[in-house]
Ligand binder design. Structure first.
Ligand SMILES: [Zn+2]
Length: 290
């Protein structure tokens, strides 16, 4: 993963057109026997690491052992129903960051998310790195998706995850002026790399801590998330974690605004210091419905 980071950083500087041309070239070589997708799958990156004076949310210092699972969606309709099925079976609610165009194309799936008792949040309109744009564009990006999400979900989204986790002070402040808290994550499951279910389960198991915001995707580019989720949930429940929506977690304590990723003192909150949020070892599926 360390080796991949510089490559990703250099890839993100390339114009999108160049990347698409590269992908098209590979496809023509016959290595990728895939049906062209109606919307291009999106590769997520690590957030910008520049100096930030107005930081976003990475985690919460909770009163009890709890965690928020978050799923970004900007493409596809196959992965999400599988994810929703698992969450329903396990009695777990989560937060879904929806892009405006995706929601517009899949109103039935937006309704399924709401019917599952989940929280709808915003992933913006165009899936671009917002730190490259001015305030007017950022405002328009957030406002357009807000109108769509509000209308289709009946919820008023309060959390905004910028595309690719890319942000700067202007993004955070503009989002705040529109009533949004900008949310990154503390734990990236790396599901967008499709590294295999057991890798993802082990990664989340090792990195999770009380109050962590965990990143998954329910876009179709995330092809293994449904294989990893049952074991991730079983592990968290066995360790006494309650699984909350972001809104619920937010009300649990102080917002964590210092990026914990790569910090030598990781994790910022120790599991042993926080009382279990539910009876440890409660079997999956036996969580009381809320
Ligand atoms: Zn995204």
């Amino acid at each position: 993963m360390v080796v991949a980071a510089p490559l990703l950083r250099s890839l993100r500087r390339l114009p999108r057109r160049t990347l698409l041309a590269g992908a098209a070239g590979l496809a023509m070589l016959g290595f990728l026997a895939v049906t062209p997708a109606p919307e291009a799958p999106v590769v997520e990156h690590l957030p910008a690491q520049g100096p930030v004076t107005d930081p976003p949310l990475y985690y919460v210092r909770p009163r009890m052992r709890s965690v928020a699972l978050t799923f970004d969606i900007s493409w596809g309709h196959r992965t999400l129903p599988q994810v929703l099925d698992i969450l329903r079976r396990e009695g777990v609610r989560a937060t879904f960051f929806l892009s405006g165009p995706w929601a517009e194309h899949h109103p039935d799936l937006v309704r399924a998310i709401v019917a599952g008792g989940h929280e709808v949040a915003s992933h913006g309109q165009e899936h671009v790195n917002l730190s490259q744009f001015d305030a007017a564009y950022i405002r328009q990006n957030i406002e357009r998706s807000h109108a769509i999400l509000k209308q289709l979900s009946g919820q008023i989204p309060r959390f905004f995850r910028p595309p690719n986790g890319d942000f700067d002070d202007l993004v955070v402040r503009t989002a705040r002026s529109l009533g949004y808290e900008t949310v990154i994550w503390a734990v990236d499951s790396l599901d967008w790399k499709n590294p295999g279910a057991s890798y993802m389960v082990e990664r989340v198991r090792k990195l999770v801590f009380p109050g962590a915001i965990v990143l998954f995707h329910a876009s179709d580019s995330s092809r293994q998330v449904h294989e990893a989720l049952p074991a991730v949930l079983a592990d968290l429940k066995a360790r006494g974690y309650r699984l909350l929506t972001l809104g619920e977690l937010y009300r649990q304590g102080e917002p964590g605004r210092v990026d914990p990723r790569g910090d030598p003192d990781y994790p910022p909150v120790r599991e042993a210091d926080v009382a279990p949020g539910q009876e440890p070892g409660l079997a999956p599926g036996r969580t009381p419905r809320r």
